[in-house]
Design a protein around this ligand. Structure first.
Ligand SMILES: [Cu+2]
Length: 484
């Protein structure tokens, strides 16, 4: 391991949207994969329609068959990232057969790390929640309820949330990425820990090699792929878009090479998929607010200007996440919820099933834990995912075991994420295009303030007298989560 725990030593504020000049021969108009919560209602509904269609046509069964039979060749080995990159590209192409406008969304689970069951993503309008414990953990809520899948034996699609499990936060992830000097550092660290925990939390089909039966697999692996992509972007010039190295334990410890064949894809080699904007693939990822908030916080410590109070830290994070800092009240969190605890490791059966070496996994957990402990020791530090949890607990709670239940109505209660429409009112020059769905755009345009008022409406003022007002559609409730 070449990881050096030099937290905050060499921080360069990487803007994830920076378009690195990648020598891209054929890719001039990349597909843009967005965080699922940044999709409009229409985009999300079309995506879900396509997911169902891919299932109805039996294509999902084929993919699961592939993933299951490829199992030992593509997990616990360096080809983990490239193989899954190609695999989800195939899936995205199937979705686009149904609707050519669709790109695969990603689920940035770092945002939900403090208390995953409260994630918006498990809402019945999104991916649905946990299975029914009285019915073999069959999924009985959300758009994929009552699905029957065939691999490896016919069964209902199952989920079984581990309600007490946390994920790793965006801050730990960022440090893992930045401390990974080489591809061979990053790949095992991510696969063994940060990636595994998501599968283990969801349980059911997701906790086995048939995980692809569950459509949430593809959201999860789009995020895993983005983690690699962001690491590639962090490199000098475009050198990491060619980098591939490490040891393949399954092939007598051979040193891997970019010219290696991509398992199960007879006509492809690893080098074909190293660049998402190369000759073969053509996509990129829209940035995540979660990661951006961690960057903003780190930047303050790095500049020798750390937050002087926890309130100030909350303010820094909240403004990037798009929340009114005054609406965040950490005192509604229990002590347990406020503190991110390191994970103890993966169960042995998971490691065996996914071809992971127990010692290497232990080593990966040790590194991630070391980072978490360093962060927790910083004065006035708070993880962005804890701020997110304080927001969700106040404005968007629901019972994750019962995603069928409609969110409670009423101002400031759950469900505020739904049925909102953004109305931009331009009241004066100059003309500014407000990109709906990306709060970062506002920041980039030097928004003077983003305010929310008691969950009723939100106003954004830009210089030049331009304002945008977020209003509600049908239920008279507006979101306090500006989503421009
Ligand atoms: Cu896999």
């Amino acid at each position: 391991m070449r990881i050096r725990l030099t937290v905050f030593a060499t921080i360069f504020l990487v803007t994830m949207t920076t378009v690195v000049a990648i020598a891209a021969a054929k890719c001039s108009d990349p597909r843009v994969r967005k965080e699922i919560r940044d999709l409009t209602d229409d985009e999300r509904e079309r995506y879900i329609y396509a997911v169902k269609k891919v299932y109805d046509e039996g294509w999902l069964d084929n993919l699961t068959e592939n993933h299951f039979t490829s199992g030992a060749n593509v997990h616990g080995v360096p080809v983990f990232f490239p193989w899954h990159r190609q695999f989800i590209w195939d899936y995205e192409n199937l979705l686009r057969k149904v609707d050519s406008e669709i790109t695969l969304p990603y689920w940035d689970w770092t945002l939900d790390a403090a208390k995953p069951p409260l994630s918006q993503v498990f809402h019945s309008n999104y991916m649905g929640g946990s299975g029914n414990p009285n019915q073999l953990n069959c999924l009985m809520n959300g758009p994929f309820r009552y699905w029957q899948v065939t691999t490896t034996v016919p069964h209902c699609l199952q989920r079984n949330f581990n309600m007490t499990q946390q994920f790793w936060g965006p801050d730990v992830l960022l440090e893992v990425q930045r401390n990974s000097q080489m591809y061979s550092d990053l790949q095992p660290l991510i696969e063994n820990t940060i990636h595994a925990i998501i599968h283990l939390f969801i349980g059911g089909d997701m906790a086995q090699l048939i995980s692809t039966n569950d459509p949430i697999f593809f959201l999860h692996h789009a995020m895993v792929d983005k983690v690699w992509y962001d690491w590639q972007l962090m490199g000098e010039d475009s050198k990491r878009f060619h980098e591939y190295n490490g040891i393949d334990r399954t092939r007598s410890n051979v040193t891997v090479n970019p010219t290696d064949p991509l398992p199960e894809y007879t006509h492809l080699s690893v080098s074909d998929v190293l660049n998402p904007m190369g000759d073969l693939l053509c996509y990129k990822y829209a940035e995540s607010k979660s990661q951006r908030s961690a960057l903003a916080l780190f930047d303050r410590y790095n500049r020798g200007n750390p937050p002087q109070s926890q309130d100030e830290a909350v303010g820094i994070i909240a403004s990037v996440l798009g929340y009114n800092p005054d609406a965040i009240d950490l005192s509604i969190l229990t002590e347990e919820e406020r503190t991110l605890k390191p994970h103890t490791g993966n169960p042995d059966w998971w490691n065996r099933q996914h071809n992971l070496d127990g010692d290497m996994v232990a080593n990966s957990y040790e590194i991630a834990t070391g980072i978490l402990q360093q962060l927790n020791q910083l004065a006035n530090y708070i993880s962005p995912c804890v701020v997110q949890l304080a927001y969700v607990k106040a404005f968007g709670p629901r019972n994750p075991e019962d995603g069928v239940e409609p969110p409670p109505s009423g101002i400031g209660a759950g469900g505020v994420f739904q049925n909102t429409v953004n109305v931009a009112t331009i009241t004066g020059p100059p003309t500014v295009t407000i990109s709906i769905g990306n709060v970062a755009t506002i920041e980039d345009r030097q928004a003077e303030e983003v305010k929310t008022f008691g969950g009723i409406f939100a106003t954004l003022s830009l210089d030049g007298g331009i304002s945008a007002t977020q209003q509600s559609l049908s239920n008279g409730i507006s979101s306090t989560q500006p989503s421009w």
